[in-house]
Design a protein. Sequence first.
Length: 306
Amino acid sequence: MTTKTVGTLVLVLAPAALCHLAGFREAAHYVAIGSVLALQLGVLARAVAPVAFLLPVLYAAAAITAQSTDGVVALIVALAAAVGAASSLGLHRGLVALLAVTLLGSFEPTVAEDVMRRAGYLLAGGAYGFLLATSVLRGASPGEPRVHPQSALGYAVLLAGVTLVGWFGARLAGFAHAWWLPLVFVAVSQPVLTGSSRQAMLRVALAATAAMALVFVADAFDSPFARGVLLVTMLLLALSADRRHTLPAVAIVPALVLLANHAVPHVPLWQSLAVALAAFVPVLLVSTLGHWFYWTLRSSRDRVAA
């Protein structure tokens, strides 16, 4: 962990911290979410960094259409497919930010006044994160392998299917702030096989399980101080680790859950975990098998674009 990483984290969270100190607690959380997601877009998908200004639009669209299953599912599946298709340009990890904010909105209250207010906070945070990514961090742009357009199409179908299953699983299970469930599987997904297919399947499954476990570790603490320490730890891991590896994807999901500041479930943790596992395990099986078919239908060498 370098001084630069700590400095970046301080810069990212500074506006949210000021809002919190001024007593604007809700603003602090949504400004922080906007800053983190816009930074992810600006660093991991620099070519399309300005789409960070769509974060509040997607949040509001998902929140307003949340009661219309057909509408919100179509939006979420389309974004998941877009993430997969972006692998042809090596931009898929960055565009996960758009899916994250849409999933969050789909599980948020749908009162128009609340939605617009939170979207405004996201816009402020997104603009700040965009400025950071294009100025202070303009040299930080880890490369991702680009896949052939045909493979990118297959990857888009895979992510859309996994997200659809995950979203319905989360809705049916009804556990606390379930929007993170489909996000976990997209965040840890890899379009290019590294190592054997068995090793890659195990890596993706373990990464998704670790992210889920960290979400429940966060829910085990009600103390603002303890949750703050966990948040800083998760964000430092996400910022300091090599983004070509799985650790940042594992850390970013519990970090976003902590930033959203959902109320800690009042039911016993083991009971909430049991309900979540009932939804998590089937989606894990679908994701693992889907990735295995995707990886084995075509060799890894043929999948990567020249």
